[in-house]
Each structure stands twice: as structure tokens, then as C-alpha cells.
Ligand binder design. Structure first.
Ligand SMILES: [Zn+2]
Length: 539
């Protein structure tokens, strides 16, 4: 009996003793983004997951740890998810010299030299120079480029993408001479010599010679993009269109701990990728989820490539167009519907949206919980909103504030009413997944948050906000960037909120975005980002 009592006492005291965990977060203003949108002060993390959420006193009483983050009252929200972006594309853009805003040709050269010192690439590419910003507003010629880079090929595009300045090393590599024939565009010459400037079509003579990224460059691109994402508070990115080689590279880098960001990889719907992945089936690790295809419906509104049901208002007789055949889109939808994969289709114009929504309905019939998405869902006929009853709208609030200056010119006063209508879409489906489409837009999720709630640009324009009836509340916006985005990835049980059992992905903010004046939201900084309970930002 005495022995039993002793055992009982040992067990009892062990139970009241503090449980050891890896990390405690205390004294925080936490928006948990759980079902009731509750707030909390503290949580405990073990093995990368949240094991308790509560107030500081209780959490500190129950758990012992060597590592504590005292948030000192700062706001904490779940790690942000960008539901539509081009993560690898951002990284690739980082491997190119940015020449926007240069004030002279010499400044262009200086940026090239600085860039190459850091990157040491076999072929230097860049974009953004504009001779109209220079003191001498003349098109440049290649002499200075040749003397600075005698052996390394250089090809840099003008800001509009319609002119390319290259050096002799690039010209030699492309095998172009003064006698090379071309049609359309121009290869500029002076005194019987090439100046190094290629206009339009002939640019491809050089472009074809730019080597595709090596494994080392692709790896660097992913790492550079990850750093940017972490600093801005993203812990998961949905890459809208990746090939098998990059998906496999991401997986291998994550396995060895070289890449820590979580990636929802939408597979580019090429025949090759469709064949491979439909045969392989969906696959998932804690950091990589491959269970969807990205398909292109139409083009973009800015370049009048979006497919409209009636002609553009600012280009009579022009409808834009689908970028894939109807056959391909329907067959692809059928193939994907017969698998477990999700289909995510780019649709901007009202005609593309109508066709894609109809196609989804036809192939899905009464299949449950497939969570197929329309990416962008930008201009919709009013009668088509109802089709979003079981299709997820994946939208990018900064597109609204980037396009608002000219969108109505394109589609007119009537059709714009069904444009960028995020609240109407939310009301139909009950959720929206929010993203940016970076690097088309800026990466910063605070700009998405601001655009969604204020529907204004950073100069406080327009007064009252663009079609403000389609603004989202702050709560809806935060959900769209966390738990609803997670839901759109079939990941709502593992991320998107600060709740027991979920990954410890969270960010600390220097301001409370849920309460500060609207105009302060874009200036909000992420001070620390955590993935799996591990701090992934430097400072
Ligand atoms: Zn995109």
C-alpha cells in the first residue's frame, strides 16, 4: 500500500511539473484567426507545432522552455500566405539587373558592374533603362559596354521591352553580323557598324542565345526569393505555374533545409506535366504540396488580351482572346476532374470567366469538395457571380488599385461594375483567397491588405476608394491572406491560424493592422517571421 502511494505521488508531481517545450511566445496581441476570430496573449510551440494557446500567465505556468519571445504587446498574426504569385519568377527577376530610374548611361554601366561583382554570371541580362530619363536623350551605343565587359555577354532591355542594347560579346555569341537578314523591327547601324541596339523582332536573335538558368542559378533564384518573402511576412507561397524540374529542385532544397518557405506548387499544365503528374498523383510534404494544375484561359486587360463577350470600349471590334483552344481547355478540365488534382485557371475577361466557370460545372458535375479556383476572376458578367457558389475566387487586391486608372476605359461604365468585385465574390462563395501575382505586383502583403480594405493607391487616390462597395473588412482580409488561402490549398487543418495542432508559422508586426488608421497600413513592418517555430528573418 505504501509503495503504491509513493508511485502515485511521483506520477502526481510529474504531472504538475512544467512540460518542456521549444518556444514560448508571451505578452502578445494575437489575432488567432480561429473560427471565432478570438484573440490571445501567448502560445507554446513544440516540434514545430503550436501545442497550447492562452494568456501569458497560464502558458508560463504550464510550460518550461529555454527560448521565450516576449512580444511586449506587439501584434502577432498567422504567417501570411500569398495565394497567387510567381515565387520562382521573382527569384529569376533578382538574377537580372534592374535599370529603372537610371539618370545616365554611366549609371547603367555602374549598376551592371556592381551587379556582376555580386552575382558573377556568365551572361548578364537586365531591364529598365530609358534614355528619355538621361541628360543626353539619345539611344545608347555599345562602345562603353564593350570596354566595360569585353568578354561577358550583356543584353539589357529598354523599359518598354521593345529595344535591346547588347555588347559585342553577345553579338558574337548570337553569330549576328552587319549582313544578318531580319524581318520586322530593326538592327541599328552607324558608319557601317552595328550600334548594339536591336528593335523588336531581331531581339530574338540575341534572346535565343541567353542560356536558361543553371542548377546553381535556379537555386540562387529560389533562395533570393525566399529571403524577400520572409522579410515581408510570407510563410507559404502558391506558385502559379511551375515545371517539374523546379518543383523537384524545391523539394530537394527543402529536404536538406536549404529552403524553409512552404510552397503550394501549381503545376504548369503542359502536356508533358499533365501526363507526368496525373500518372504520379498528388503528393505532399510539410513544406511542399503538389496537388493542382495552373491553366491559362485568356490574356490580360492592360494589353487588351483578356477575352471579352463584347468589344473593348477603347478598341472597336476587338474582343481579346483565349490563349488556349476550347478543346484543350475542356479536355484538360476533364482529365483533371477525373483525378484528385485541383484546377486553377487564369481568367480575366468576362468571356473567359464565363467559359471557364461553365466548363468547371460541366466536368465537376456533382463531385464534392474539389475547391477548383478561378485565378483573378477580374471582369465578370453580373449573372455569372452565382456560378461561384462552389468555385473559389482567387483574387489580387493590388490589381484593382493598379488597374483602376484605365480599367473603365477598356470595359466601360456598365461592365466595370462586375470588375474587381471582391466583396461580391466573397458573398457568393463565403471565402476569397488573396494574393498578389508578384513580381507583377509588389511582394509586400501589407499592400494587399491596404488595397483590399481601402481600395486606394498610396497617394490616397481616389477619394473614398475605387468601387468602395467591394472593399473587404480587415477581418475578411486577414482571413483571405491566412485561413481562407490555406483552405483554398486544402491546408486549413495545418496552417492559416494560431491554433493547437497547427504549424507554428507566425509573424510579429510593428503596428496593429486591425486597428491603426487606414493610411498607416502600408507602412506596417514585419519585425520577425517564424516558420515551424523557427525564426527565419535575420534582424
Ligand atoms: Zn500570375
Amino acid at each position: 500500500m505504501k509503495k503504491l502511494l509513493i508511485i502515485f505521488l511521483i506520477v502526481f508531481t510529474a504531472c504538475t511539473k512544467q512540460e518542456k517545450v521549444d518556444l514560448l511566445v508571451i505578452n502578445a496581441n494575437i489575432y488567432t484567426v480561429n473560427d471565432d476570430f478570438n484573440k490571445a496573449e501567448a502560445f507554446a510551440v513544440k516540434d514545430g507545432k503550436i501545442i497550447a494557446v492562452g494568456n501569458t500567465e497560464n502558458i508560463q505556468q504550464k510550460y518550461a522552455t529555454l527560448k521565450t519571445v516576449d512580444a511586449k504587446g506587439k501584434t502577432i498574426v498567422p504567417g501570411m500566405i500569398d495565394a497567387h504569385c510567381h515565387f520562382y519568377g521573382l527569384g529569376l527577376a533578382e538574377q537580372k539587373v534592374r535599370l529603372e530610374g537610371t539618370k545616365s548611361y554611366d549609371e547603367v554601366l555602374q549598376r551592371l558592374v556592381d551587379f556582376q561583382k555580386e552575382k558573377n554570371l556568365p551572361f548578364i541580362t537586365g531591364r529598365g533603362w530609358d534614355q528619355n530619363d538621361w541628360v543626353k536623350k539619345k539611344l545608347p551605343t555599345k562602345e562603353k559596354l564593350d570596354s566595360t565587359f569585353p568578354n561577358t555577354p550583356v543584353a539589357i532591355r529598354r523599359i518598354d521591352g521593345h529595344a535591346l542594347l547588347v555588347n559585342q560579346a553577345a553579338i558574337d555569341m548570337a553569330g549576328v553580323t552587319i549582313n544578318t537578314p531580319f524581318s520586322g523591327g530593326d538592327i541599328l547601324k552607324k558608319d557601317g557598324k552595328l550600334t548594339g541596339v536591336f528593335i523588336d523582332n531581331p531581339m530574338s536573335l540575341i534572346g535565343l542565345k541567353i542560356p536558361s538558368p543553371t542548377l546553381k542559378e535556379a537555386t540562387q533564384a529560389l533562395k533570393d526569393a525566399e529571403k524577400i518573402c520572409f522579410e515581408l511576412g510570407l510563410t507559404t507561397v502558391n506558385d502559379a505555374g511551375l515545371d517539374r524540374s523546379i518543383i523537384e529542385l524545391i523539394d530537394s532544397l527543402q529536404i536538406i533545409g536549404e529552403l524553409k518557405l512552404r510552397v503550394y506548387a501549381m503545376v504548369s499544365a503542359s502536356e508533358e506535366n499533365l501526363d507526368y503528374y496525373l500518372n504520379k498523383g498528388i503528393s505532399k510534404t510539410d513544406r511542399l504540396n503538389v496537388r493542382s494544375f495552373k491553366v491559362y484561359g485568356d490574356g490580360a486587360l492592360g494589353s487588351r488580351g483578356a477575352a471579352m463577350r463584347a468589344p473593348y470600349d477603347d478598341k472597336p471590334g476587338h474582343f481579346g482572346a483565349l490563349v488556349n483552344t476550347i478543346d484543350f481547355l475542356q479536355n484538360t478540365a476533364k482529365r483533371i476532374a477525373d483525378s484528385e488534382f485541383q484546377m486553377n485557371t487564369h481568367a480575366i475577361g468576362d468571356s473567359a470567366n464565363h467559359f471557364i466557370l461553365q466548363t468547371y460545372k460541366e466536368v465537376l458535375k456533382d463531385k464534392k469538395d474539389r475547391r477548383w479556383k478561378v485565378e483573378h476572376a477580374q471582369i465578370l458578367s453580373l449573372e455569372d457571380f452565382k456560378l461561384f457558389d462552389n468555385i473559389i475566387p482567387s483574387v489580387q487586391p493590388t490589381h484593382a488599385t493598379s488597374d483602376m486608372y484605365w480599367a473603365e476605359d477598356r470595359v466601360g461604365a456598365e461592365r466595370i461594375k462586375g470588375g474587381y468585385a471582391y466583396k461580391d465574390l466573397l458573398n457568393k462563395y463565403g471565402k476569397v483567397a488573396l494574393g498578389t501575382d508578384f513580381p507583377v505586383e509588389k511582394v509586400n502583403p501589407m499592400l494587399t491588405f491596404y488595397a483590399a480594405v481601402a481600395r486606394k493607391d498610396l497617394n490616397d487616390f481616389p477619394e473614398g476608394g475605387f468601387q468602395i462597395e467591394n472593399a473587404l473588412t480587415r477581418e475578411e482580409t486577414l482571413k483571405g491572406m491566412t485561413i481562407w488561402a490555406a483552405f483554398s490549398n486544402f491546408e486549413e487543418h495545418e496552417k492559416g491560424s494560431i491554433e493547437v495542432g497547427k504549424f507554428a508559422d507566425f509573424i510579429i508586426l510593428d503596428q496593429n493592422i486591425m486597428e491603426i488608421p487606414l493610411e498607416n497600413i502600408p507602412k506596417t513592418k514585419v519585425t520577425e517571421t517564424f516558420v515551424n517555430g523557427e525564426k527565419v528573418t535575420k534582424l
